[in-house]
Design a protein around this ligand. Structure first.
Ligand SMILES: [Zn+2]
Length: 606
C-alpha cells in the first residue's frame, strides 16, 4: 500500500474532530485570549491577587476567592484546550503553535499568581480551618479544601516553603539531563538482520524489531540497544542516584518517614497498596512462568532468550478493520454498560465528531483523550486499520466516556479524575472489546491471535510494571538506608529481578542487567505501579459488571474527582487495599494461558 499521507487541509470534515464548538476559528480565539488578562500588569489578575492575605476573614471571603480562582481557571482551560488540539493537528502550523505557546505561558503565570493560596490557607489556626471545613456555605468545596488541608502536617514555615520552591528548578537537572540524553544525544547506530542487511535502530524501531520473525535481527537489536546504555552506565547511574536523592530530600525536608510515603500521601493511597501489589505478583509468578514455558514450546526454540519474548506466537494472521467497522464494534462492545452509556458514546463518535481519525502530514503521533469541562472529550488517533488500532479506539473512548460522565454529574472543581483511576476506565473498555470480539470470531487462528494479544497486554502492564515498581522501591530503600548506588549494584539487582520474574524457561541474557537505564518512568517518582493496579481493577471490575450489572461501575465513572482514588474504586466495588483485585487479574492471566495451551494442542488422532 502506497497511500500518500494527506496534508491537513485535505482532510475531510467527516474525519476531523469538531473543535468549532469551542471557537469558530483561531481569530475568535485570539480575541478571547486578549480579553482574559489585563495586559502588561503585574499581577495579571488583580481580582485574584485582591484575596491575598484575606483568607482568614471568613467563609464568605474564602468562597469568593475559590470561585474567582475556579472561574478564571475554567476560562483558561477553554483557551488551552482549543490551542493544544489545533496545535496537534499539524505541529508545523505557525499560527497554532504561537497560540499554544502563548496560552501555555499564560497558564504558567496563572499558577505562579495562585501559588500563595495553599500556604496561606495552611498557615491559618486550627479553629479557623475547622470552621471552614464545617461551614455549610463551603460545603461544595469541602473535599477540595480537605485535600489541601491534608498536607498540613507536612507543610513548613513560609520561609522554608519558599526555599523548597526555589530548589524545585535545580532538582529538575537529573530528569532533564536523562531526557536530553535519551531523546537526543544517544545514537543507536545500525543493526544487521539475518540477510546481513543493515537497519537504523531507534526507540520506535526497537519495539518493531523485537516482534520480527528474523531472530538474528531481534538478537542484534536487543544486544545493541542495551550495549549503548551500557557505554553510558556511570553517567546513567549518577543520574538515577541523583533523582532518588531528590525524592528523599523532599520527603525528609517535610518530615515523611520515607520517599514512598511522601509520594502516596497526597493521594491518600496507603503504602500497603504498593507493597501488597508486589507481594501478590510475586505469589503469582508461577502463572507467568507457565506462560514462558508454553512460549518456549510453541516457538520450538532450544533456548528461549529475552529477545524472543515479543515475537508473536501465531504465524501472522493480522485481523484488520476499517475505521467504521472499529467504531461499530467499539460501540457494540459497551453493551454491558447499559443503554445510556452506549447511546452517549455512539452520539459522540458518530454525530458530535469527537475523534480526529487518521494520520495527516505533521499530525502528532500516538493517541490520547483530551478536553475540559465545557468541551467534548476529544480523541486524537492515527488509525491505520490493524486490530491494535481498534483497541486504541476502545481505550481512548473509555477515557472520554469517563470524562463525559464526570463532567455531566460533578461540579467543575471535581471534574478531573485522578491519575490513579484513569487507566481503569480505558483498560476496562479494551477488555469489553476483547470479550465482544472473542464472541464474534470463531476461527481458531483468530481466537489464538486475540488471546495471545491479551496475554501479552497483561504481561506488559501487570507483571512488567510491577517488576519496575519493585526495582524502584528497592533503590529508594537502599539509598534511604545509606547504601550508595553503583553500576555493579544496579546490574545485580536488575538481573536478579529478571530471573525471578521470567522464570526457569527463559535464558536471562547478561545484557538485560542494564535495561533499567533506558526506562524514563524511573524519573517519575513512584508512578509505574499505577499501571499494574489500574489493569487489576479493570479486569476485576469487568467480571463484576458482567455478573452484577453496571450500576456501581457507572457510579465510579460519575464520581470524577469527588473522592480520594481508593474510595472512588470502592464505589465501583473493588478494594485496592486488599490483594484480591491483583489476584483476580493473575487468575485471568492464568486462565488465558491455559486456553492458549489448549488451542495450540496438536489435533488428536483417532
Ligand atoms: Zn490511557
Amino acid at each position: 500500500m502506497t497511500e500518500t499521507v494527506k496534508a491537513r487541509k485535505e482532510v475531510t470534515p467527516e474525519d476531523k474532530w469538531d473543535v468549532t464548538v469551542l471557537y469558530p476559528d483561531i481569530k475568535t480565539w485570539e480575541n478571547e485570549f486578549s480579553k482574559i488578562t489585563i495586559k502588561e500588569t503585574t499581577p495579571k489578575w488583580p481580582k485574584l491577587a485582591a484575596f491575598h492575605g484575606r483568607l482568614r476573614e471568613g467563609t464568605e471571603v474564602l468562597k469568593e476567592a475559590l470561585e474567582t480562582f475556579l472561574t478564571l481557571q475554567r476560562e483558561l482551560e477553554k483557551l488551552y484546550t482549543y490551542a493544544h488540539l489545533r496545535h496537534d493537528e499539524d505541529i508545523t502550523d505557525d499560527e497554532h503553535k504561537a497560540a499554544f505557546q502563548k496560552i501555555s505561558s499564560l497558564l504558567y503565570d496563572f499558577q505562579q499568581e495562585c501559588a500563595w493560596f495553599d500556604p496561606e490557607l495552611l498557615a491559618l489556626p486550627d479553629d479557623i480551618i475547622d470552621g471552614y471545613l464545617q461551614s455549610p456555605m463551603l460545603a461544595p468545596y469541602r473535599f477540595h479544601l480537605e485535600k489541601i488541608v491534608r498536607m498540613r502536617p507536612y507543610t513548613l514555615s513560609a520561609d522554608k516553603e519558599e526555599l523548597l520552591a526555589m530548589a524545585g528548578k535545580p532538582f529538575q537537572a537529573a530528569p532533564k539531563a536523562f531526557s536530553a540524553l535519551n531523546n537526543a544525544d544517544i545514537k543507536f547506530g545500525k543493526v544487521k538482520d539475518g540477510d546481513q542487511k543493515e537497519h537504523e535502530l531507534s526507540h520506535g524501531l526497537y519495539q518493531l524489531f523485537l516482534r520480527s520473525p528474523d531472530r538474528t535481527l531481534r538478537e542484534n537489536a536487543f544486544k545493541q540497544m542495551q550495549g549503548k546504555y551500557g557505554d553510558l552506565e556511570n553517567t546513567l547511574t549518577e543520574l538515577i542516584y541523583g533523582e532518588i536523592q531528590s525524592h528523599i530530600f523532599n520527603a525528609q525536608a517535610r518530615g515523611f518517614t520515607s520517599s514512598l510515603e511522601a509520594a502516596l500521601y497526597p493521594k491518600k493511597i496507603p503504602e500497603s497498596v504498593y507493597r501488597s501489589l508486589i507481594a501478590a505478583i510475586r505469589k503469582g509468578l508461577p502463572s507467568l512462568h507457565k506462560y514462558t514455558a508454553l512460549r518456549k514450546k510453541l516457538l520450538k526454540l532450544p533456548e528461549l532468550h529475552l529477545y524472543d519474548m515479543y515475537v508473536p506466537l501465531v504465524p501472522q494472521i493480522e485481523i484488520t478493520m476499517d475505521y467504521h467497522e472499529a467504531e461499530e464494534e467499539v460501540i457494540a462492545s459497551v453493551h454491558p454498560l447499559g443503554k445510556e452509556y452506549q447511546a452517549l458514546l455512539k452520539k459522540g463518535l458518530t454525530e458530535e465528531h469527537w475523534v480526529d481519525r487518521f494520520e495527516n502530514k505533521n499530525k502528532r503521533s500516538g493517541a490520547y483523550s483530551s478536553g475540559y469541562y465545557d468541551s467534548y472529550p476529544y480523541i486524537l488517533m492515527n488509525y491505520r486499520g490493524i486490530l491494535r488500532d481498534a483497541y486504541t479506539l476502545a481505550h481512548e473512548a473509555g477515557h472520554s466516556m469517563h470524562s463525559l460522565l464526570s463532567w455531566m454529574v460533578q461540579p467543575y472543581q471535581y471534574s478531573r479524575y485522578p491519575i490513579f483511576v484513569a487507566e481503569v476506565a480505558s483498560t476496562f473498555n479494551e477488555e469489553l472489546l476483547a470479550q465482544h470480539l472473542l464472541k464474534k470470531l470463531t476461527k481458531k487462528e483468530e481466537r489464538l491471535f486475540l488471546i495471545n494479544e491479551k496475554i501479552e497486554d497483561i504481561r506488559a502492564t501487570l507483571f512488567r510494571q510491577t517488576m519496575f515498581a519493585e526495582f524502584e522501591l528497592t533503590l529508594h530503600e537502599l539509598v534511604e538506608a545509606g547504601t550508595p548506588l553503583t553500576p555493579a549494584l544496579l546490574r545485580e539487582l536488575y538481573y536478579k529481578l529478571n530471573c525471578d520474574y521470567f522464570g526457569p524457561s527463559v535464558h536471562i541474557d547478561d545484557e538485560i542487567a542494564i535495561e533499567w537505564a533506558r526506562i524514563p518512568h524511573f524519573y517519575y517518582n513512584f508512578y509505574v505501579f499505577q499501571y499494574a493496579t489500574g489493569i487489576s481493577a479493570a479486569l476485576d471490575l469487568s467480571e463484576k459488571v458482567l455478573k452484577e450489572g453496571p450500576d456501581n461501575y457507572l457510579a465510579f465513572l460519575k464520581g470524577g474527582n469527588s473522592l480520594f482514588p481508593i474510595d472512588l474504586l470502592k464505589l465501583a466495588g473493588v478494594d485496592m487495599t486488599t490483594s484480591q483485585p491483583v489476584e483476580a487479574a493473575i487468575r485471568k492471566f492464568d486462565a488465558l494461558v491455559t486456553e492458549l495451551e489448549s488451542l495450540t494442542l496438536p489435533p488428536l488422532s483417532h
